[in-house]
Design a protein. Structure first.
Lengths: 628, 211
């Protein structure tokens, strides 16, 4: 399937950073790779799954993927895991002790930061983990480096007995550039060897490892000082020298082609002396790093008090040429060159919408009807869009799985005003398995009064439809054991009579189920059962259409939120009360409609019918279709 | 690096329209020429009807993968309001090649925002050189709406720093391998797009000369 997986040694290909990392990991002889999807890292494991002689899996969350990699490394295999920045928060418990134990087979962790926040709940700088866990950080600036660093990372890991973090950002992961690939080197797996002092981290054993970790860090500092990944890209304009890492290097080079640049690829431990020598060769030093002032602060701590960085550059987002050029001109006391652009035209915004027929819409349509009676603790996935129009039915989103615990906290902290509101949590199937189960158990254990809507669409929709433990398939698309959500929540202690499996396309049934369950003051779970429209489990039916003459323009179907339903024309009507109302007459885009039936029940006058039935129905309603 | 002339092409549209494929073909054409290429994708949550752009940059040596605002040589817009949204990315003298289809998002159809009456006129009023035509109509005439992609590539083929035939070859090569029956119709779509752009450019020239 992938060109990169089939590419012969020495071929030159246009690869994304994610594809390049995967190729590098495979060539390095990696034997076990695991991940949980998350933008912008998702494609790394998808790409790796196409390579032979390598075990790869979707794990249920990042912590488990880290543990799988740790176990494989302990067993002497080269092991790899990948995640988005926030995934590392989840995985960090295992990581922070693994850094004490070290590795047998090389252990490489790719962490991808969403600099600029294109699809995440926050912006974090994963380079902190290097400082926190005392492990090296490598920062590729493009695909070729990502490919090469992946291989070097395994060597460094084994040479220094340490896990190694490759810190990626969106502009490496999702940028395609040319890469020259090589050959896979195979290596035998050494096997697990008993060594309690190393692998059993009791306090006594862990204490013994601490000094070793510090010695390792000192050695790594020397390695970084001499590393070929930290190189001087010289220039003749010595007014300002730049120290930079990752894709920010590309933006610096683009903006100031004649400036001397110290390009750092091995950025933790920071090669302080190398920077000091460079600083002495230029008038002023500017640190260009995304996103936190990590290198900058360490240089200051090392006595280089007059370095510039976040005093002139923003702390958030990408340091693009359009940001760098004005900032540097100002630092030089010069007028920034005028941005020679045309005036900006700002049409309407075009935010992401749910897909036509997305089963989540049925749930939010019902929740919107109950809006005054409920408080809705939400989670992360396509269903987070329920916070927007027309549903406005999701009140909180923090982190994956958090909806459950947050709902319980809300339940236990009721005010006079909220005491009669039902607390609802909404969570997707992939998210429930990732981090939601424990929260559910806590609700049961602590007798919470929370109704959980578990949106089982048999997909990790948000990140592009990956399989998970509840879809019945694995990373490779092969059959796999499938979690039974009803039995799972029952095992967690939810009473069987409080568990309902409901078709979200049947609005009246869905509505009744929610209304019934929020009336009962104990944990209850409603599980939806329609697959994601984009998944292989979805089957389309014949599209629906609107009988023009039967549509009264009430606009109720628009509140379902399906993008296949659009307004065809509007009209004003003065009600008996004297209030002027806007009528919205609709049409259905038959190319988008999947025939899901969801909107049909939202239409009072029954104007929405299948295309087959149109003619007969049409005749009945409007007395003949002749002129249509 | 004096002769390092970089070509910047910004492709924009909506999730599912083929923006990424068009950008990929442009990048592959440049590679076939022996050039260095970077292609940046900003998809956000593309499959759900959001804005999609892809930056294609090529030359002897490309550093930043991102086109700096005001430096795009060509804007290839698969949708007319998206063309307006990104028009300010063009450099003075750059060209916006625009498919005139209007894709109305729910946020508009539910009445929260309005769709501009004439985005092309807005762009022209801002001073942008716009060549607009209905690529969908051309594709439909040739029997397949999916040909829009090839039509748009044909349309910009006279504005690239290499012969149109090289771009055409990259388009066609994709089909030759997988669906040889579609080679001919893609060639026709490419030619039709090229012709449509020429007509628009010719229509624009006397105007420019008179004003
Ligand atoms: C810790 C963490 N890992 C990964 C992600 C990326 N991510 C966002 S939502 C999501 C899962 C969505 O799947 P599901 O819960 O099934 O909902 P759906 O999108 O299918 O509606 C993932 C993996 C994240 N935001 N945080
Ligand atoms: S990808 Fe699936 S879950 Fe996400 S909006 Fe589309 S149908 Fe819904």
């Amino acid at each position: 399937m992938s060109a990169a997986a089939q590419a012969k040694p020495n071929s030159r290909l246009l690869l994304s950073g994610n594809d390049a990392i995967a190729r590098g990991v495979w060539e390095a002889g990696c034997q076990v790779a695991a991940a949980y999807p998350g933008t912008p890292s998702t494609e790394i494991l998808e790409a790796l799954s196409a390579y032979p002689d390598l075990y790869s899996e979707w794990s249920v969350n990042e912590k488990v993927s880290m543990e799988v990699a740790i176990g494989a490394s302990m067993s002497g295999a080269r092991a790899f895991c990948a995640m988005k920045h926030v995934g590392m928060n989840v995985a960090s418990d295992a990581f922070m002790t693994q850094t004490l134990c070290g590795v047998v087979g090389g252990l490489v962790i790719a962490v991808a930061d969403d600099v600029g926040l294109s699809s995440s709940q926050n912006e974090q700088d994963s380079r902190f983990w290097g400082r926190f866990g005392h492990v090296p950080i490598l920062e590729p600036a493009d695909s070729q480096e990502a490919y090469e660093m992946a291989q070097y990372a395994f060597e460094l890991s084994e040479a220094e007995n340490t896990p190694v973090i490759i810190r990626l950002t969106t502009r490496v992961c999702h940028v395609k550039a040319l890469v020259t690939v090589g050959e896979r080197r195979t290596r035998p797996i050494g096997g697990f060897h008993l060594d309690a002092r190393r692998w059993v981290m009791t306090p006594a054993n862990a204490k013994g490892m601490l000094p070793k970790q510090m010695e390792r860090e000192a050695r790594l500092r020397e390695t970084a000082e001499g590393s070929a990944w930290n190189l001087l890209d010289d220039g003749r304009d010595r007014r300002i020298g730049f120290v930079t890492s990752g894709p920010a290097y590309q933006h610096v080079r683009e903006s100031f082609p004649d400036a001397p640049v110290l390009k750092l690829g091995f950025t933790h431990p920071l090669p302080v002396e190398k920077v000091r020598a460079f600083k002495d060769s230029v008038d002023r030093l500017v640190v260009v790093e995304e996103t936190e002032p990590l290198m900058e602060n360490e240089l200051r701590a090392a006595g280089m008090l007059d370095v510039h960085g976040k005093d002139i550059l923003p702390r958030l987002g990408e340091l693009l040429p359009s940001v760098l050029i004005p900032a540097i001109f100002r630092l030089r006391g010069e007028e920034p060159p005028p941005a020679s652009t045309y005036p900006k035209i700002d049409p309407f915004p075009r935010p992401p919408t749910m897909c036509a027929a997305c089963p989540h819409m049925g749930v939010y349509y019902c929740l919107n009807r109950l809006r005054r009676k409920v408080q809705i603790s939400g989670d992360i996935g396509c269903y987070t869009l329920g916070a927007g129009t027309p549903w406005n039915a999701l009140d909180t989103t923090i982190s994956m799985g958090a909806s459950m615990g947050i709902a319980l906290g809300m339940d236990k902290a009721r005010s006079e005003e909220t005491k009669d509101k039902a607390v609802i949590s909404v969570i997707g199937d992939s998210t429930f398995l990732h981090m939601g189960m424990q929260g559910m158990l806590d609700i049961v254990y602590n007798r919470g009064n929370v109704t959980t809507l578990l949106l089982d669409n048999r997909s990790t929709g948000m990140t592009g439809g990956q399989h998970h433990a509840g879809t019945g398939k694995d990373l490779h698309g092969n059959e796999a054991p499938r979690v039974d959500f009803a039995r799972l929540v029952e095992a967690l202690g939810v009473k069987p009579e409080r568990i309902k499996v409901v078709d979200p396309y049947k609005l009246p049934v869905m509505f009744k189920a929610i209304k019934d369950e929020i009336a009962v003051p104990e944990p209850s779970v409603i599980i939806t059962n329609q697959p994601c429209v984009l998944s292989e489990f979805y089957s389309k039916l014949k599209p629906y259409t609107v009988i023009d003459d039967a549509c009264t323009g009430c606009g109720n179907c628009i509140n379902v939120g399906c993008p296949a339903i659009t307004v065809k024309r509007t009209a004003k009507e003065v009600r008996k009360t004297g209030v002027e109302a806007e009528l919205k007459f609709v049409q259905i885009d038959t190319a988008m409609c999947t025939g899901c039936h969801m909107c049909v029940d939202s239409c009072g006058p029954k104007a929405i019918v299948t295309q087959d039935r149109t003619i007969a129905e049409c005749a009945a309603v409007s007395g003949g279709c002749g002129g249509h | 690096m004096t002769d390092n002339i970089i070509t910047n092409i910004l492709v924009c549209g909506i999730g599912g329209q083929g923006v990424m494929t068009a950008a990929e073909i442009l990048a592959q054409t440049a590679i076939a020429r022996g050039l260095d290429v970077k292609k940046s994708e900003v998809a956000g949550m593309a499959q759900r009807g959001g804005v999609v752009t892809s930056h294609v940059r090529f030359g002897r040596k490309v550093f930043s993968p991102v086109i700096t605002p005001g430096t795009a040589d060509i804007l290839v817009a698969f949708e007319v309001a998206e063309a307006a949204r990104w028009a300010d990315q063009l450099r003075p003298g750059g060209v916006a090649m625009v498919n005139t289809i209007r894709l109305v998002p729910p946020i508009v159809s539910t009445g929260l925002f309005s769709y501009p009456d004439d985005p092309v006129a807005q762009m022209r009023a801002a001073g942008v050189t716009v060549y607009d035509f209905d690529a969908g109509a051309i594709a439909r005439e040739l029997g397949d709406l999916k040909l829009v992609n090839t039509v748009m590539l044909g349309a910009i083929s006279d504005y690239l720093p290499f012969p149109a035939a090289e771009l055409e070859e990259q388009v066609v090569a994709r089909f030759r391998a997988r669906k040889p029956t579609l080679v001919e119709v893609n060639k026709r779509a490419f030619a039709a797009g090229r012709e449509a752009a020429r007509e628009r450019a010719e229509g624009a020239r006397p105007l420019a000369a008179n004003s």
